[in-house]
Structure formats: C-alpha cells, structure tokens
Design a protein around this ligand. Sequence first.
Ligand SMILES: [Zn+2]
Length: 101
Amino acid sequence: MPVPVPTEATRWRCTLCGNLTRFDVTRSSRVVEFVHLDLAGESRVEERQVLSETVESVRCRWCNAVDQVELVDRPGAAETAAAQEAAGRPGGESAGGAPQG
Ligand SMILES: [Zn+2]
C-alpha cells in the first residue's frame, strides 16, 4: 500500500493509535550535494538539491504499525488551502531553486 504524502494542509495520523507526531520514515532520495572540504580533508555538505524523493514506508513510533497512516487536515488547514488557491499554486512540480534544509 503506497504511503500518502502529507501536504501543507494535511498531516499523517496513525489509523491504529491516533499518533500524529512520531514516525520512522523510510525515504529514498536522489540528491546532488555540494561538498566543501577544508584543507584537513573534513567535508561539509553546504548545499543539497533534491532531485527526487519517495517515501517508502512509515512506521508509527507508538504502536509500530507499518504504513497504517492516513492523511488528516492540519489545524487551520482550511485557511491555508484557501490561501494557496488564492496564490494560484497548482501543486506538483515546485519552481525549484529554493534552498532546502
Ligand atoms: Zn500507531
């Protein structure tokens, strides 16, 4: 069963115990990292561009149920959704370029 991905208006809720806040997320992602090394050879990732990202499974930290999550509205989601529609946000592809993390 595919895991539903939360949006800006929705969040995960464990269907078994009602947990809203603690999950172990297994995620596969394809990223480009700008690795900056100092002269001693210590490396630091200074930029990370996510090319693609897939949530493979979500496990509830409370009851250990795997992939038993549903999407529920976040508090105040109605206002957020309305604001997004007003801004003409189509969803899906992002414009890109925004730094992440
Ligand atoms: Zn649970």
